[in-house]
Design a protein around this ligand. Sequence first.
Ligand code: FES
Length: 165
Amino acid sequence: MEATVTHTDGICDNKRALLDEIITANRERPGALMVVLNETQNKVGYVSEPMQVYIARKMRVPVGAVHGVVTFYSFFTTQPRGKHTMKFCMGTACYVGGVPQLMEKAKQLTGIEMGQTTSDGQLTMELCRCVGACSQAPVVTVDEEVIGRIKPTKFPQLIKKLLEG
Ligand code: FES
């Protein structure tokens, strides 16, 4: 098996080749930076800080512009996500409807904070904006599935299922 070489900038040969491929295929398209970042998120699974610097250099745009896009859109992550992603809705109805309490429970049960992934790579927890299901508050999403009217007594079971499956 071929060894994967990681350079001092923190990007291994395989990822560098993939980034080069994505940049070459899209650099002339309108909105090229957004397209490249989207493709990177989809194909690599995240856009780390070293990758942001690399993309900026290759596309001749300021690193700040790349960083700005990655941090603005919640679709992007700077670390690999876990097998499952749970997002807690921070819209007003959900906030008032009990999402902060669910977040506290989730932190206790998983031992991680928002924006982190469990060490076994099973679950990532994030915040999100209103997903349009306000009448079902409190709402979380799990891997794009919207789950509403969550009862605090049932919530630990959901977390347990995600940590195990
Ligand atoms: S406020 Fe949570 S779905 Fe709208």
